[in-house]
Write a protein that binds this ligand. Structure first.
Ligand code: IMP
Ligand code: MG
Length: 418
């Protein structure tokens, strides 16, 4: 058996949570391999809306085991809040949610450091979600972090105090109070002990030997990847397929299908380049019709047309074998929409690759007629309006990857398998 992967091909918020929830009945195990509470995965079913930050989106399926893998950074307070919310739906999470022992903990001071870093950057700030992600991964790479497995150690508190002291030294000139959060944090640490804490690599490799079907659920999107993304306006983890190997402890030859998910247009939260961004009425319309507000921070998402150059780049980085298009319903009734087929540099050169420096890059746009029909009525690809069928063929032809799912709305049921 191999591990299938589902990840975002843009700047996040492509609708991963919904699609994982739809696909999860096919899988025995769903695992998060990177990121942390910066993620916001929205699921809607039975007229109920759930937003998940740390817990994998397979959690609402009775027979699915959900894993938070080594590559994740976990804030115990946010985690326990999420656990409480989901427990109300009658799910006993200590049975179907396991934590990997090398998952890094986000400390209360990491959140303060995140805010301090952003303040120091001033106008060049990243637009971080403020959840302590960057500082937590920084501590991991500088060999300074606490793992979930450490909570069982006798000297856990001492280790915590040592790291906290380093943070306090760095934050000397800042005024802040973490007492209340720290108390909640230690209470949440105690409750983490109720969960099954596993060795990630052994767990996944044994599960594969036993023939279990596993889905790795990405958070954020490829263009926010620490290596491949629009650096420095990125998150601090390996968002791409490579992160599944390091984040779960499995070898590259264990990767199976790679589902790459993209919106029929593009959005971005936070700062950084965005070649197809719209500043006009069309941008506002996309934001309104698409309800483009961050699920974690509530911030307005920047909106623009689909960027085919970036999409092809993300497909290349991840080895995408199947595409999934979401929010196609937002374009209905728009009259038209556009796609960036190529880029133009400030020297008027046309390029068809994703450059390292996107400054002064302009999109070369192609216009398409959009559809008027209500896509929610479509049950299969043949029900799709002609314009949507042509759009799908165009993307498949350009990317050489088939589109296998089209999402036509936020609800679990508004999903067409092609
Ligand atoms: P951080 O991950 O909180 O450090 O934020 C770094 C950048 O990634 C900011 O521009 C955030 O808005 C963006 N970001 C982080 N997580 C997500 C996400 O789940 N969806 C969309 N954007 C995100
Ligand atoms: Mg999101």
């Amino acid at each position: 058996m191999k591990i299938d992967v589902l990840l975002g091909l843009q700047w996040g918020d492509e609708g991963k949570g919904k699609i994982v929830d739809v696909l999860s009945p096919k899988y025995d195990i769903v695992a998060r391999f990177q990121g942390g509470p910066n993620a916001g995965h929205t699921l809607i079913f039975n007229n109920q809306k759930y937003v998940l930050h740390l817990i994998p989106s397979g959690i609402f399926r009775e027979n699915t085991i959900n894993i938070i893998g080594d590559g994740v950074v976990l804030d115990p307070v946010i985690f326990m809040q999420e656990v409480s919310g989901i427990s109300k739906a009658g799910i006993d999470l200590t049975k179907n949610l396991f934590l990997a022992e090398k998952t890094n903990l986000i400390l209360p001071t990491h959140r303060i450091l995140d805010a301090a870093n952003e303040k120091e950057l001033g106008k060049s700030k990243i637009g971080s979600t403020g959840k302590g992600i960057g500082p937590a991964y920084t501590d991991k790479v500088s060999r300074n972090a606490l793992h979930i497995g450490d909570i069982l150690l006798q000297n856990f508190k001492e280790k915590y105090e040592n790291i906290k002291q380093k943070h306090l030294n760095r934050l000397k000139t800042y005024d802040f109070d973490i007492d209340e959060y720290e108390t909640k944090w230690f209470a949440a640490i105690d409750r983490l002990k109720e969960f099954n804490i596993i060795n990630s690599s052994n767990f996944f490799n044994n599960a594969l030997k036993e023939g279990k079907k596993i889905l790795a659920e990405g958070a954020q999107g490829t263009l926010l990847d620490i290596n491949a993304g629009t650096y420095p306006f990125v998150t601090s983890s390996t968002v791409s397929t490579a992160g599944v190997c390091t984040g779960l402890g499995v070898a590259p030859n264990k990767i199976g299908e790679v589902y790459g998910i993209f919106k029929a247009y593009t959005t971005r939260v936070g700062s950084g380049p965005f070649p197809t961004e719209l500043f006009d009425e069309d941008g506002k319309k996309l934001q309104e019709l698409g309800h483009e507000y961050g699920a974690t921070t509530g911030r307005e998402r920047r909106c623009g047309w689909l960027d085919l150059v970036a999409l092809k780049y993300a497909i290349q980085i991840n080895g995408v074998s199947k595409l999934i298009m979401t929010k196609s319903d937002v374009l209905e009734g728009f009259g038209y929409f556009k796609i960036s087929e190529r880029y133009k540099t400030n020297k008027n050169k046309i390029i068809n690759y994703f450059p390292n420096n996107l400054l002064n890059i302009k999109p070369v746009l192609k216009k398409f007629a959009s559809w008027k029909d209500d896509l929610k009525k479509c049950k299969s690809k043949k029900d799709f309006p002609q314009e949507l069928q042509e759009y799908i063929s165009y993307i498949e032809n350009e990317t050489k990857v088939p589109i296998t799912i089209v999402s036509t709305g936020a609800d679990r049921n508004e999903t067409v398998f092609c």
